[in-house]
Design a protein around this ligand. Structure first.
Ligand SMILES: NC(=O)c1ccc[n+]([C@@H]2O[C@H](COP(=O)([O-])OP(=O)(O)OC[C@H]3O[C@@H](n4cnc5c(N)ncnc54)[C@H](OP(=O)(O)O)[C@@H]3O)[C@@H](O)[C@H]2O)c1
Length: 278
């Protein structure tokens, strides 16, 4: 059984499936298996990055799936040390993926200590013009980083991929995105797998029972109703199906408010200023 997935319109006239699959920590062989299973479950949107070292496995799954290229939405990302040579980096990613273009190419971290992300954005503009990527965007950018690229470029990132989940809701940044016409993508939508969801947010147990859904589905549906693009990672076949079955129920306003109330400003991953690895 497959499930219908909403799409979100982006500021360059394209659109993106609101739910996809995250692939962080899935190495090539696992990525091949999980992405193949995900395609069978109905996923068409896959999020990867050069640094995840799984683009080749994902490429194999894409080729063997037989799914028409136009039906897929593939995102990959420019790693920090590659910022000065974005064309080489995307060419290598495309070789590994076995694709002629990706749908979305993101600057993975601003890594402002390097002083290269603004120039990297200018390079991404050219890669887009040359058709190597359909859309361009950013990840882990704060408003000051968005300002810095706006100062040199008329092209607004289609989206910003940031840590976002019930314990860290990024309300100010989301409002900033809305003002600038930038869509919000959540990484770590299920709290990055690093907390016990029921223990941290006990009332989710009752909510899940009331909707006859899992706690994960209630959280993912909360993201959907906020208009956020999500790509939870799982290596389990059952959870792949669970995490995309989100469009046959709706949280009422009171229950949305209950989850909004869990915001603790609690980052579980790396802060933008610290994401400066080579
Ligand atoms: N741009 C960035 O800097 C950045 C940073 C981090 C991540 N990301 C992207 O965002 C994606 C998602 O974030 P994430 O992987 O950090 O965390 P996440 O999707 O919030 O959580 C993944 C964890 O939740 C578990 N899980 C998945 N579905 C579940 C379910 N239905 N019920 C219970 N547990 C479930 C997974 O375990 P099992 O595998 O055992 O199911 C895994 O441990 C990544 O894979 C990556 O593509 C981007």
């Amino acid at each position: 059984m497959t499930f219908p997935v909403n799409t979100i319109s982006l500021n360059d006239g394209t659109s993106i499936p609101q739910v996809g699959l995250g692939t962080y920590r899935l190495e090539d062989d696992d990525a091949y298996r999980v992405v193949s299973d995900a395609f069978v479950a109905g996923y068409r949107h896959i999020d990867t990055a050069r640094i995840y070292q799984n683009e080749a496995g994902i490429g194999r799954a894409i080729r063997e799936s037989g799914i028409p290229r136009d039906d897929l939405y593939i995102t990959t990302k420019l790693w920090n040390g590659d910022q000065p040579k974005a064309r080489d980096a995307i060419s290598s990613s495309l070789d590994r993926l076995g694709l002629e273009h990706v749908d979305l190419y993101l600057i993975h971290w601003p890594a402002p200590q390097r002083g290269t992300y603004v120039d990297a954005w200018k390079q991404l503009e050219v890669l887009q013009e040359d058709g190597l990527t359909t859309s361009i965007g950013v990840s882990n950018f704060e408003p000051e980083h968005l300002d810095a690229i706006a100062a040199v470029s008329d092209i607004v990132p289609v989206l910003n991929q940031v840590e976002l989940h019930p314990l860290f809701q990024q309300k100010a940044l989301r409002a900033e995105h809305a003002k600038r016409g930038i869509a919000t993508e959540a990484w770590g939508p299920l709290c990055h797998g690093s907390v016990d969801l029921a223990a941290e947010m006990p009332t989710l147990v009752n909510l899940a029972e009331r909707y006859s859904k899992s706690i994960a589905q209630v959280i993912l549906r909360w993201h959907i109703q906020h208009g956020t693009i999500i790509f939870p990672k799982t290596s389990s076949k059952e959870r792949l199906v669970e995490n995309i079955a989100l469009f046959d129920f709706e949280l009422n306003a009171a229950d949305m408010g209950e989850i909004d109330g869990f915001d603790a400003g609690r980052r579980l991953g790396t802060a933008p200023a610290d994401g400066n690895w080579d």
